[in-house]
Design a protein around this ligand. Structure first.
Ligand SMILES: *[C@@H]1O[C@H](CO)[C@@H](O)[C@H](O)[C@H]1NC(C)=O
Ligand SMILES: *[C@@H]1O[C@H](CO)[C@@H](O)[C@H](O)[C@H]1NC(C)=O
Ligand SMILES: *[C@@H]1O[C@H](CO)[C@@H](O)[C@H](O)[C@H]1NC(C)=O
Ligand SMILES: *[C@@H]1O[C@H](CO)[C@@H](O)[C@H](O)[C@H]1NC(C)=O
Ligand SMILES: *[C@@H]1O[C@H](CO)[C@@H](O)[C@H](O)[C@H]1NC(C)=O
Ligand SMILES: *[C@@H]1O[C@H](CO)[C@@H](O)[C@H](O)[C@H]1NC(C)=O
Ligand SMILES: *[C@@H]1O[C@H](CO)[C@@H](O)[C@H](O)[C@H]1NC(C)=O
Ligand SMILES: *[C@@H]1O[C@H](CO)[C@@H](O)[C@H](O)[C@H]1NC(C)=O
Ligand SMILES: *[C@@H]1O[C@H](CO)[C@@H](O)[C@H](O)[C@H]1NC(C)=O
Length: 777
């Protein structure tokens, strides 16, 4: 049996996101405004007057890249409500927002050829000010000498995927400007994607379009309510409609100041509020044959699709992979779904890339082509099903319709009589279900506690430990939720990760995954200490690592001096032991798949601990090679067979270990060598030195030549063996440990490694690294 942790597990151990953002320095601007000449960079923040919103440069990690945006956040839960540079991303380290003496508001960065101009007036104006208002609107105003102001530009005119109170949707008849929400392309990429939310003034209703085609309507606004929006979502809202010669617009405010709403349009077409699972509209469920809940009927539904056909997410293992695929990263879930829907041969699809872009379509003849058995974990596949029955539509769709009709008619008669009884019973059942769920959570807690010694903490305790999730305690913002430092009543310091509420994982899956992670216990692995479930919140508690991650020391000129050779050798051995445990001695064989310096955390004695099992896959000990259609990991650390063919095994981790080992010896990032004239990565560079017997030149100058020559030579040798092109030529982790520890000669000689040259999104910040090594040599 092969168990695969699915994507949401990413959320659990993305501790590195916390480290990567922990260098963030909070520089609060003296006030809420930017004046001509002020510099606003990646360490600046502007807070609105009563600190309801703040503006900063914000980075999200997706597809191994950092996407950095000028963002307005709600200070309440730090969610991003607006992004200033949706189409052009900027380099994470050096974006600058500025307002100059001609009244030009712009974003500059080394990665941009031209600045992104947010506002530029026809004539230079030198008396301007840009202010973040308490409504969350960032406005640029012209200050006149008589004390009045004119509005020049406002962020509310360029909505992104979030509608906040007082922000408008609609049209300005004078300028023709339209205010509408666009969904993002993917989680990290803010480029406008498939869906729009618009205000339709003629019908007085909200509509969601999918690539221009209306797929959902709210129904006319009557008595401050939209028919097709659930009451939960509009309870505290007061809608305002403005209709005159100048404009036709819609906006809302909240009747309860402490209970307000933001509406988010997801990349999959769902409109939800305040990141809860509650929704305003489910355009993702609109297939066009059904007009319930505001969904619209379409004329052009393929004949092979019948009412009740829906895509259901399943974990399947294909027997035969009869598939076609579209590798275009610009198409995402909803387009894959639409394409599969209109192709009668298609009965399922998966996304290709980690950020849910790209599609792979399955053309299966029958249900024999895949295994649905719950004991087998496979890939997340969206399978076309009809009311729970898997139907091969290719064969005799008509006959099925006929049979279904007869059965349905018979059932209808029976049902009508049962219905009355059922309604009575239903209420009872619902209560029962709730009770069951509660007891499930309870059992879950007891179970984890007994079997795995995992603490199940009370929510109030977690709240107290983090000072009500105060921003002072926040040590990082990961893609899947913020990480806080917390102190338990016992005085124990812990890292608390609050998973974002949008991860729609059920209690049972959450439990299974937690159980798997709990099984992993080794001094060189970061330990999960506990968890906490409270309503929709899922919280994970890890041991706190005071010394951050390896890359924090290794790749910094001054801090690298703190890592002398003995410490480095100890770190190398610790990582090797941790990996050996994952590969060999844990009950399930675990392939980490994303081993890199930032995933190695250091405890107070600088002992290494491997973190982030977000991409890990688990196998029984016999089953060890696998193939994946979703290549995840970090370029530079990925073995060639994995990066190019998606095949991974424990030897892929060995490859990453080799790269890491060479990085520890040299104190340089694998990618830091790359430049146009010298297109080699670290691995290529080491090989060149090894070939010429000059490999001591590789050793980090920060060590000041104080190191054990024999050990260093041994490490470089092992490193080169680990990065061999063919997986079979690479040693196993147990070989590596014996080579590291024994003083005997290593028999095999390395061959030319698999170094291949990649293109990078940004050039790494070479200059500082070069300076650093240059000045100390
Ligand atoms: C941002 O600007 C301030 C003041 O000009 C400077 O001290 C700081 O180093 C800058 N931060 C970054 C990350 O560039
Ligand atoms: C303001 O920025 C714009 C655009 O970059 C530039 O053309 C203009 O010269 C700048 N004005 C001043 C006073 O620096
Ligand atoms: C702004 O413009 C006014 C009048 O046009 C001028 O007196 C003043 O010196 C200018 N200030 C700057 C900083 O350019
Ligand atoms: C203030 O000055 C501006 C520009 O000089 C002008 O457009 C506006 O009408 C003036 N307002 C008042 C109240 O005088
Ligand atoms: C406003 O919302 C808060 C939080 O939900 C609630 O506790 C409070 O009772 C509400 N106030 C009013 C006046 O409805
Ligand atoms: C119609 O669409 C809704 C979603 O809007 C869905 O919940 C419902 O099951 C669909 N009805 C049928 C018969 O498929
Ligand atoms: C995706 O879109 C971007 C920008 O719209 C474009 O530059 C790029 O070529 C597109 N990629 C593909 C594979 O179509
Ligand atoms: C794959 O599916 C297509 C489309 O249904 C079918 O024509 C073809 O025979 C299948 N090929 C294999 C190898 O199963
Ligand atoms: C699908 O059916 C075709 C023709 O009936 C057959 O040749 C093909 O092998 C089948 N494909 C699979 C995956 O079973």
């Amino acid at each position: 049996m092969r168990l695969i942790l699915h994507k949401l597990l990413l959320a659990f151990m993305h501790l590195w996101l916390w480290w990567s953002s922990s260098n963030h320095v909070h520089v609060d601007a003296a006030d809420d405004s930017l004046k001509p000449g002020d510099i606003f960079n990646s360490s600046s923040q502007l807070y609105s007057k009563s600190r309801k919103y703040f503006l900063d440069f914000y980075s999200i990690q997706s597809l191994h890249k950092a996407f950095t945006y000028l963002a307005i956040h709600s200070a309440y839960d730090t969610t991003v409500v607006w992004k200033g540079n949706r189409d052009q991303i900027v380099h994470p380290s050096d974006p600058v927002l500025s307002l100059n003496f001609s009244g030009v508001l712009k974003i500059e960065s080394s990665s941009l050829k031209k600045p992104i101009i947010l506002y530029s007036s026809p004539q230079p104006i030198n008396n301007t000010v840009a202010t973040l208002l308490d409504t969350g609107n960032f406005v640029l105003q012209h200050l006149h000498s008589n004390g009045t102001t004119t509005l020049l530009w406002q962020s509310f005119d360029y909505p992104t995927d979030t509608l906040i109170p007082t922000m408008k949707l609609g049209v300005n008849h004078k300028t023709g400007h339209r205010w509408l929400l666009y969904s993002q392309l993917t989680y990290g990429r803010a480029t406008p994607g498939t869906f729009n939310l618009e205000w339709e003034p003629r019908e007085q209703e909200l509509v969601i379009r999918r690539r221009g085609k209306v797929c959902w309507k709210s129904g006319k606004l009557r008595n401050n309510r939209f028919e097709h929006i659930p009451e939960d979502a509009q309870g505290v809202l007061k809608y305002s409609i403005l209709s005159n010669g100048d404009e036709d617009t819609f906006s809302f405010t909240s009747t309860n100041e402490s209970h307000t709403r933001w509406w988010y349009l997801w990349d999959i077409g769902r409109l939800s509020y305040n990141e809860k699972e509650g929704y305003v509209a489910r355009a993702d469920l609109c297939y066009g044959y059904n007009n319930t809940d505001g969904c619209q009927r379409w004329e052009d539904i393929p004949k092979c699709r019948i009412p009740g056909d829906v895509f259901t997410k399943k974990n399947l293992r294909p027997n035969y992979e009869n598939f076609t695929f579209d590798m275009n990263q610009n198409i995402t879930y909803s387009e894959c779904e639409a394409a599969c829907w209109s192709d009668c041969n298609c009965n399922g699809f998966t996304e290709i890339y980690e950020d849910r872009s790209g599609c792979r379509f399955y053309h299966w003849n029958s249900s024999k082509d895949y295994i649905v058995d719950g004991t087998v974990s496979g890939q997340d596949i969206y399978l076309l099903e009809n009311k729970g029955n898997i139907i091969a539509h290719r064969h005799g769709t008509k006959r099925w319709i006929w049979i279904t009709t007869v059965i349905a008619a018979t059932l209808l008669i029976i049902c009508a009589s049962i219905l009355c009884l059922a309604i009575k019973k239903r209420k009872h059942l619902l209560q029962e279900k709730k009770r069951k769920e509660m007891s499930l959570i309870e059992d879950f807690g007891n179970d984890l506690n007994k079997k795995h010694g995992l603490k199940v903490l009370d929510y109030t305790l977690v709240v107290a430990a983090t000072n009500e999730f105060s921003s002072d305690n926040k040590i990082g913002q990961g893609g899947f939720g913020p990480v806080y430092k917390g102190t338990l009543p016992t005085g124990e310091e812990v890292a608390i990760k609050r998973l974002s509420r949008s991860s729609a994982q059920g209690i049972v899956e959450f439990k299974n995954e937690l159980t798997l992670i709990c099984e992993l216990q080794h001094m060189n692995l970061v330990q999960l200490l506990g968890c906490c479930i409270h309503e929709e919140e899922k919280i994970l508690i890890y041991e706190y690592m005071p010394n951050k991650s390896l890359d924090f020391y290794l790749f910094d000129c001054t801090r690298s001096k703190l890592l002398d050779w003995n410490k480095r050798f100890n770190i190398i051995q610790g990582i090797a032991q941790g990996l050996l445990y994952l590969h060999k001695y844990s009950r399930l064989k675990v392939i980490h798949r994303d081993l890199k310096a930032s995933n190695i955390l250091l405890d107070e004695n600088m002992n290494p601990k491997i973190s982030d099992f977000g991409m890990a896959r688990m196998f029984t000990q016999q089953d060890s090679i696998s193939n994946t259609n979703r290549v995840v990991g970090t370029y530079g650390y990925m073995s060639p067979e994995y990066a190019m063919e998606g095949i991974f095994s424990t030897k892929s981790d060995v490859y990453s270990f080799g790269v890491l080992l060479l990085e520890i010896v040299s104190g340089r990032k694998n990618t830091s060598f790359y430049d146009d004239d010298h297109p080699l990565n670290l691995v290529g560079h080491v090989w060149e030195l090894w070939k010429d017997d000059k490999y001591f030149e590789l050793v980090d100058p920060s060590l000041n030549e104080v190191f054990d020559h024999e050990e260093v030579q041994r490490c470089i040798h092992i490193g080169l063996l680990c990065v061999e092109h063919y997986a079979n030529d690479r040693p196993t982790m147990s070989d590596i440990i014996s080579m590291l520890t024994s003083k005997s000669l290593i028999v095999s000689l390395p061959q030319k490694p698999a170094f291949y040259v990649q293109r990078y999104m940004y050039k790494e910040n070479l200059s500082s690294l070069e300076l650093c090594t240059g000045s100390t040599v």
